[in-house]
Design a protein around this ligand. Structure first.
Ligand code: GLC
Length: 747
């Protein structure tokens, strides 16, 4: 830090920026310099995601330096599953790969905030060592509908699980002395027409569901920055809404950090600064001139500009760029791969297991499905990562000592050579950065029947990849395809005829339909998109070296049509691959939109999102409930006790491992409110705890806390939080439908 200040002082020969002289520096800045600090350096290629080569090649954005006052430029780069910068640079053989960690959804599926913090710490170290100042993650929006193209970056349908996971991630990232950026604030739950869609919802749904995740993250972790979303909320653009950015974010929640726009988000620069959105990213001359004109024409008070510049400088003085940190460009990718693996191991969710798992590695394993040979490490768009490698399942199984049935292995080996070439060719011609061509599924019937005679079991992997700027296609992404179903049917028939088991692996970024085919599988394992070590994780779970302890962070409904938001979500058909983000760039701030689900989206389901809806109004419409996950061992809970402490309730439950294998368990604490003063969900998650690994016969006590304010609901009448009087039920359960252990408390 001293180095930087001295150097700046010599160059500047006047006062230079220090944490304790920001008001003086602001008073010395010209209007042009203030605008340069607030409006970013621009993007070199807006292919739908930010990229800029000013600070670090392939980062997303940067702010302008003002050398005369010792104000450095700071570098901003994506994303939630790892740092995204270009892996190579002209003129050097050195590479700049970054660890591809599990996707956000998988981190939430660990139900282990401590582990998520470990991931954040490793991820943030790469941000620091590659010379970046702020990581544009985590993405924390609610899984309102399974077809949202960015759900893989986000955590959950429940704001408490999502908020706790987000806070843990922010703490981990920022422990390195770099910034995190929770995004996209707020109500950014579909990709179609994302730059212009007007999300219309009640104040209660806004506060209890869509803002609650950000509130928890802000109150618990105080992230250095927050990114506003592209969309409107009830007619006002999120980046231009004082009620959101000043009244709620700072007034109610006490946010002390800096707000930035999404890349190219919003329209009215003056309105953004006035609302409390400091940084205009990625920035352009037009935005810069608009800001200066607005001040000169009296449409934007200078005190608004000075407030934003002050907040920008408060961020800058915390950054490594200001400290003059000498980054190494050599983070310990090997150590971080181990963290990646550890997190993925705990994020795998075992949905079904009828005598199939664990197995091997001895014996012969028939490995089927093109995705087994082309594993999906993460999603696409700004949330992608340039990873040093991806371990697919074939290699993961081989490294774990499995022997693969040679007929199928040889077939897929040859088949995938052509398919990999074809996919790379198609991807190379893709106009839209997020599309990824997938290998075409095949059904080698004769080889399957032969393998059923010689192999001991079958493993079939199905994959789904999607990403930013485009929502998922119901028929081609959410449903299994005919060839996939045919492959599963042929395999199931052949192997079950031999009394052998079939395991389905779902290598997916989000929910797929399962009800119609789950009977064909003896075991179903969801490995999500597990990052670069995915194949090793899955092989370790199949062999039993790892005992799965993940739990679903969302509901898997029986049919898409049963989703509460289905009547108000745009159905996309793959035959119309138009560029979704800019589908209807109506000029300027027009809000007189007319097309349902495209120009505007009615959140008609209100607070009834996920299990809040299914547990209360449609229990028979669920394949696998929120919070569900099996283990290779068994646990017994007992002695649930509640103690009133400092205005809250401390809930303890004893957990005993009654099975034959070591394992971890998750206790989910739900609350059921009286529900007389307003319609309330049958239960809502208020806390959770994951046990340490318990050996067979070992027990532990988990502690969870519920504050009285956690029981509050948002009253539309009074426009405030209200805690209903009466008797509440505390439910310690395995998932949203589990009866669990119960205790009563009274307000
Ligand atoms: C994108 C995304 C945002 C990302 C930014 C920079 O459009 O919406 O999540 O951080 O641009 O790439």
């Amino acid at each position: 830090m001293l180095t930087f200040i001295l150097a700046a002082a010599i160059a500047a020969s006047g006062p230079v920026l220090r944490p304790d002289n920001i008001p003086e520096i602001v008073s010395l800045l010209t209007l042009e310099e203030k605008a340069a600090i607030l409006v970013g350096c621009g993007s070199t290629a807006f292919d739908g995601i930010g990229r800029n080569d000013i600070g670090v090649k392939g980062s997303a954005g940067a702010t302008h330096a003002i050398p005369r006052l010792g104000i450095p430029s700071i570098v901003l780069a994506d994303g939630p599953a790892g740092l995204r910068i270009d892996p190579t640079r002209p003129g050097t053989d050195k590479t700049f790969y970054c660890t591809g960690f599990p996707i956000g959804t998988m981190l939430a599926a660990t139900w282990n905030p401590g582990l998520v913090t470990e991931v954040g710490r490793a991820m943030g170290n790469e941000v620091l060592e590659y010379g970046v100042d702020v990581l544009l993650g985590p993405g924390v929006n609610i899984h309102r509908n399974p077809l949202c193209g960015r759900n893989f970056e986000y955590y959950s349908e429940d704001p408490v699980l999502a908020g706790e996971t987000a806070a843990a991630m922010v703490d981990g990232i920022e422990s390195n002395g770099v910034g995190a950026c929770i995004k996209h604030f707020a109500v950014n739950n579909q990709e179609l027409n994302r730059l212009h869609n007007d999300a219309r919802l009640s104040a209660r749904a806004l506060r209890e569901i869509y803002l609650k995740v950000f509130e928890i993250a802000v109150r618990k972790a105080q992230p250095w920055t927050l990114m506003t979303s592209y969309n409107y909320i009830n007619g006002t653009h999120a980046s231009e809404a004082p009620w959101l950015l000043t009244d709620i974010l700072r007034g109610d929640w006490g946010f002390e950090g800096t707000v930035m726009t999404d890349w190219g988000g919003g329209y009215d620069t003056a309105a953004q600064i006035h609302a409390g959105n400091e940084l205009i990213q990625s920035g352009s001359d037009a935005r810069y001139n608009a800001l200066i004109d607005a001040v000169r024409e009296g449409r934007l008070p200078m005190e608004d500009v000075d407030r934003s510049v002050t907040r920008a400088l408060e961020l800058i003085v915390k950054c490594p760029a200001y400290m003059g940190y000498e980054h190494s460009d050599a983070p310990d990718l090997e150590a971080h791969a181990a963290v990646c693996r550890k997190a993925a191991d705990e994020g795998v969710v075992l949905l079904k297991n009828e005598g199939a798992l664990p197995f091997g590695p001895s014996g012969i394993t028939a490995l089927l499905g093109v995705t087994s040979y082309a594993f999906i490490a993460g999603g696409t768009g700004s949330g992608d990562v340039h990873r040093p490698y991806v371990v697919d399942l074939q290699k993961g199984l081989a490294d774990e000592g499995f022997t693969l049935e040679s007929g199928l292995d040889g077939f897929y080996g040859a088949y995938m050579v052509d398919e990999r070439w074809r996919c790379a060719n198609v991807d190379g011609k893709n106009s839209w950065v997020i599309d990824r061509e997938r290998p075409i599924e095949v059904v080698p019937v004769e080889l399957i029947r032969a393998a059923a005679r010689t192999a001991d079991r079958a493993v079939v992997t199905f994959g789904r990849v999607f990403g930013e700027g485009k929502d998922r296609d119901l028929y081609h992404s959410y449903m299994l395809q005919d060839r996939e179903l045919q492959l599963l049917r042929e395999t199931s028939k052949a192997f079950r005829a031999q009394g052998k088991k079939v395991t389905v692996i779902l290598n997916i970024g989000g929910v797929v339909e399962m009800e119609s085919w789950k009977g064909l599988a003896d075991a179903i394992l969801v490995c999500w998109q597990p990052g670069e070590e995915g194949g090793h994780t899955v092989a370790s779970v199949l062999s039993g070296a790892v005992n799965p302890s993940g739990r679903l962070p969302m509901t898997v409904s029986k049919r898409y049509e049963d989703e509460p938001s289905a009547p108000n979500f745009p159905l996309i058909f793959a035959d119309k691959p138009f560029n979704y983000s800019f589908y209807r760039r109506l000029e300027g701030n027009k809000k007189d939109y007319t097309v349902k689900d495209i120009d505007y989206t009615d959140y008609e389901e209100d607070i009834w999102v996920g299990y809040r809806y299914f547990c209360t109004k449609a229990r028979d419409r669920v394949s696998f409930p929120f919070g569900f996950g099996l283990s290779y061992t068994s646990f017994r809970w007992s002695n649930m006790r509640v103690a009133r402490q400092d205005g809250a309730w401390k809930v303890c439950v004893d957990v005993l491992n009654t099975g034959g294998r070591a394992g971890k368990d998750v206790v989910e604490l739900y609350v059921s409110a009286p529900g007389r003063d307003m319609d309330k969900p049958a239960r809502e998650l208020k806390a959770f705890a994951k046990t340490p690994e318990l050996q067979p016969g070992e027990s532990c006590t988990v502690e969870m806390t519920v504050a009285e304010s956690d029981l509050a609901s948002w009253s539309e009448e009074s426009g405030s939080w209200v805690v209903e009087k009466g008797r509440y039920r505390l439910i310690a359960a395995r998932n949203a439908e589990d009866r669990g252990l119960r205790r009563k408390i009274r307000i």
